[in-house]
Design a binder for this molecule. Sequence first.
Ligand SMILES: Cc1cc2nc3c(=O)[nH]c(=O)nc-3n(C[C@H](O)[C@H](O)[C@H](O)COP(=O)(O)OP(=O)(O)OC[C@H]3O[C@@H](n4cnc5c(N)ncnc54)[C@H](O)[C@@H]3O)c2cc1C
Length: 402
Amino acid sequence: MRYELNSEQRAFRDQVVSFVSTHLPADIAERVRLGKSVGKEDLARWTRILNEQGWAAPHWPVEHGGTGWSLVERHIFDVECRRAHAPVLSGFGFNMVGPAIIRFGSPEQKAFFLPRIRNADLWWCQGYSEPQAGSDLASVQMRAKRDGDDYVVSGQKIWTSAAEHADWIFCLTRTDPDVQQQKGISFLLVDMKSPGIDVKPLLAFNGKRLWNQVFFDSVRVPVKNRLGDENRGWTVAKSLLGDERMLVSRVAENKRIFSHLLEIMNSQSEAGVDLSGSGLPKAINEIAIRLQALETTSLRLLTQADAGDQVGAEPSMLKLKGSELVQAQDELLFQAVSYWALPVDTTVTTGESDTGGLAAASVGPDYAEFVASGRYHHRGYTIAGGSSEIQHNIIAKQVLGL
Ligand SMILES: Cc1cc2nc3c(=O)[nH]c(=O)nc-3n(C[C@H](O)[C@H](O)[C@H](O)COP(=O)(O)OP(=O)(O)OC[C@H]3O[C@@H](n4cnc5c(N)ncnc54)[C@H](O)[C@@H]3O)c2cc1C
């Protein structure tokens, strides 16, 4: 079965294509096309263009600047933005803390944070993981003790992506250590400029700054910056993990990588590289089939959810298969560009900026330059946001009933 868009959905797609083709700045699209990282300023530029159109936060309720689009329309929007090489907006604000503030925030929190997130004036990072709390998130230890109108927060977060760029961090903290784990957690919004916060880079094995450790030493956080009730932070965290669980298939991203893969195959053939005996053509056909299956399954579930039907735990399949497919494509890209993938990873920097640092000149064709860094970066896809093993457990128990 192949899912087909209906005439209204096709008209919607045409509208998106027309807007993106006329408004996406060419210099940003070119960076994305080549697989280069997009800096904060460029991302803010694109976010503001979308915000002006009312499309920066399609999934938020209309009264908070959302669009009222269905899930299928949001899927179409994502696919067309990716196809045009638009950068992806910062998920921490738009997909995570934004929806949580909408659901649990005070009127003051909504009025302050939501417009600033939509306009890329405030950047967020996610302080969930700790050295002893990853998949088992409820075991977070970072302590927040009440002292008058403040909490005093001490402890450590780890694997914090983009903390070096963030203005605020949303954190799971332990406010009551004497009750069942899930019942003693509070969800705090913390200004990264607060005295006592120290951000230290964590480099991936290729030397690139992918994450950070964030240390808290008696950081004072006003009680008014708690989201939801005290000791009910687990409810906020669960809702936040659930908000984006329908759009985890990476179909849009996989489609863009697939077209990149085909372009590279063509460029390599034009450059005289014979890939016919490499097994790549057969492997590419298999990827095309997996991609079609992923998109069909994704659209089936999104259509069900749009109709108000329960989809249960099935989106775990999308997370699992979508992230695995990105990695499978990375392997083929790596093979397709052959030795050009290896000479230098030009995105590796001294850790302070994504575009400065070492940035050695590339010696191969431009289409090969970022294949290695993409492959390294995407290794995390099967870990972040719930590892593949955890997805397998969920599917076994909740989908297959094993
Ligand atoms: C690219 C990337 C970006 C990230 N960004 C952030 C961020 O911004 N903020 C943040 O808070 N965190 C972030 N993380 C951390 C991420 O959420 C954790 O890595 C993830 O939750 C897994 O936790 P862990 O690393 O402690 O591994 P563990 O939970 O210790 O797991 C180790 C291994 O054991 C397996 N395992 C664990 N429990 C089970 C089980 N019950 N059954 C079977 N197998 C199991 C896991 O699958 C894994 O293979 C990021 C991670 C990555 C890779």
